[in-house]
Design a binder for this molecule. Structure first.
Ligand code: UDP
Length: 382
């Protein structure tokens, strides 16, 4: 196959790469070479159907689509419908189940009291040591909001297990991902639009990439075919940014996940899609039970499948999430400066931008790259 005939090359078929591929073919009529290292498209959003139970599961952890962004919502609805699933998370601490995000139910049940919403601030204030300056890291931020007891029960060890760094070295912004509520609302997200693709993520990706002008090369490492590509091809690269530049400013830190599947002969194992395990002694961070993600499907089986999720540091071979320390951020800024010099290359996505994106943010980024970066260049492509 002659790879040099393609003026557009996309590296990685996750949401970033797939959305840009769809835009270029449908709006500009150009053909695309899409290079994917794995044996399937869809990146970490990919879903599969378990052969024995017929239950659809998310291969790289539960992915709930949620957004307040109308442009993104309208765009993605051209390729899938979403079901009515609303995400709720529970946390298992000392053999008792609590609601998460931490809300009034969590506080009352943890302290065995019955506070009213307007009493929460005073109650927590009495438990907190006043800070001399504004919280500057994850731990300080968390304690300033929920106090030390709740932090130590539900957050500290979970975060250590998840990130493998001292929570003092993480930015406060990661804690901001987790809402804190002084009422009994238990929905994980409040976004206007939420759900799981009714026919699964794999079907959604197949639709995004259905145009015959898109050639997908699976099981292919971009770096081993790079020198066969057309010299002035436009490259949209969604892999790790440090690897693109041959680690010239040093390696960025990443973490990865692994999932251990079990098939269990009961109809419902834990009664919820996700239960978190914040205790240090338990090696996994959460248990997923994907059967709960599709309430609209009539799974008839008397069996269920569960996935125990383990989080670990990654040496750059299988990166899932950036580890956002100051040190890494400084290195990333150097790579970003280099990337900005390249006219024909767009580096983006969670691994390319070194950011903790949710799915809707990645789609927005892809639409922006297409509209402001790629479409205006079309006249210059030969
Ligand atoms: N977190 C925690 N305990 C939990 C859930 C989350 O300490 O039970 C912390 C953890 O540091 C995590 C952050 O809150 O990285 C944000 O949580 P979120 O659910 O957004 O993480 P995700 O599952 O999307 O990686």
């Amino acid at each position: 196959m002659d790879l040099s005939e393609y003026s557009f090359v996309i590296v990685g078929s996750g949401l970033l790469g797939s959305v840009v591929a769809e835009r270029i073919t449908s709006q500009l009529g150009q053909k695309i070479l899409l290079i994917e290292k794995r044996n399937h498209v869809g990146g970490n959003c990919f879903s599969e159907v378990d052969k024995e139970t017929n239950i659809e599961f998310h291969k790289y952890g539960t992915h709930i689509f949620h957004t307040d962004n109308e442009r993104v919502w309208k765009y993605i609805n051209q390729f899938t419908n979403f079901n009515s699933y609303r995400h709720q998370v529970l946390s298992s601490y000392q053999n008792k189940i609590y609601q998460l995000p931490i809300n009034l139910e969590t506080i009352n049940s943890f302290y065995n009291i019955t506070l009213k919403p307007f009493e929460v601030d005073d109650f927590l204030a009495r438990l907190k040591t006043p800070l001399e300056k504004a919280p500057s890291n994850f731990e300080e931020k968390a304690i300033s909001i929920i106090g030390k007891d709740l932090y130590e029960a539900f957050i500290k060890s979970y975060t250590e297990k998840q990130w493998q760094v001292d929570p003092k070295q993480l930015p406060a912004s990661i804690f901001n991902r987790l809402p804190f509520r002084k009422n009994y609302h238990e929905s994980y997200y409040f976004d206007k639009w939420q759900g799981v693709p009714t026919d699964g993520y794999a079907t959604m990706f197949n639709k995004l990439l259905s145009d015959k002008k898109i050639t997908v090369l699976l099981n292919t490492d971009f770096f081993s075919v790079r020198n066969q590509l057309k010299k002035n091809a436009i490259i949209i690269y969604s892999g790790p940014i440090d690897k693109f530049f041959d680690y010239r400013f040093g390696k960025l830190s990443w973490r990865t996940l692994s999932f251990h599947q079990e098939t269990i002969s009961v109809e419902d194992f834990q009664g919820n899609a996700v239960i978190n395990y914040p205790e240090k002694e338990i090696p996994y961070i959460r248990i997923h039970e994907p059967k709960h993600l599709h309430p609209e499907r009539n799974y008839t089986t008397e069996k269920t499948i569960i996935f125990k999720e383990y989080s670990m540091k990654d040496d750059g071979k299988n990166p899932f999430y950036p580890i956002l320390s100051d040190d890494n951020q400084q290195k990333y800024d150097l790579y970003k400066k280099e990337a900005d010099q390249l006219k024909n290359v767009f580096i983006a996505g969670r691994l390319g931008d070194y950011k903790y994106y949710d799915m809707h943010q990645t789609i927005e980024k892809a639409l922006d790259i297409f509209e402001t970066g790629i479409a205006p260049q079309i006249g210059t492509i030969s």
